[in-house]
Ligand binder design. Structure first.
Ligand code: IMP
Length: 201
């Protein structure tokens, strides 16, 4: 049925199908449009993982806004430390503007926490986080995620822009990758959270 899965045994199963992604991204686009109507909104998308999500989110919005990108990578030898290297900085200033930080997935929260600190130094009017996926079971730092696509269990996922060793970004859905020792999951273990949560201001 699904060529993406039958071609690669490392892909365990589809966790979030394409139609569910599109529905949820569309809802998020509408919510964000209502909340930021009339504001000077700049979407800051974090490369590379969020580029597909950010592109779909932008097209689901019906207000004027600008988009910019930050490229980051973990420092070699310090994975999971939360210390990241900025490989591409923003092209525009964000002072006095409303920033929406768009992330593919928030896992421990260390990366987003680092980015928040970095961006607050530039004196924006506000920063809100929009994360497509929330792996809250692994969170080390409490973060105010205002817009959340889906809560997912503690599994490694790929597709819709997210990779494993630069592979699988092209998948139109989100799949669980079978890593050594990882348990099987059922699609039922995904929890959608359309209500989102608290706001950063
Ligand atoms: P954190 O600092 O632990 O929150 O990690 C966030 C970053 O780790 C994300 O932006 C992703 O780049 C990467 N990441 C965490 N979990 C996954 C996953 O399941 N699949 C792909 N990338 C992941």
């Amino acid at each position: 049925m699904n060529n993406f899965l039958t071609n690669d045994s490392a892909l365990q199963k589809v966790l979030i199908p394409q139609n569910r992604l599109q529905e949820r991204v569309s809802e998020l686009g509408q919510e964000i449009s209502q909340a930021f109507e009339g504001k000077d909104l700049v979407i800051v998308a974090i490369l590379k993982g969020s580029f597909v999500f950010a592109a779909d989110l932008l097209r689901a919005m019906n207000i004027q806004c600008s988009i910019d990108f930050m490229g980051i990578s973990s420092y070699a030898g310090q994975p999971g430390s939360g210390v990241v290297r900025i490989t591409k900085d923003l092209d525009q200033g964000i002072a006095g503007r409303s920033v929406l930080l768009v992330e593919d997935i928030i896992d421990t929260g260390l990366t987003a926490n680092y980015l928040l600190h970095n961006l607050w130094q530039r004196k924006p009017a506000s920063i809100d986080i929009c994360a497509l996926l929330d792996k809250s079971a692994r969170r080390l730092i409490d973060l105010p995620i205002r817009y959340r696509g889906f809560e997912i269990p503690d599994v490694f996922v790929v597709g819709y822009g997210m990779d494993y060793q630069q592979r699988y970004r092209h998948l139109p859905h989100i799949s669980v990758l079978r890593l050594n020792g990882s348990p099987d999951v059922t699609p039922d273990s995904i929890v959608s959270d359309p209500a989102g949560s608290t706001s950063e201001s």
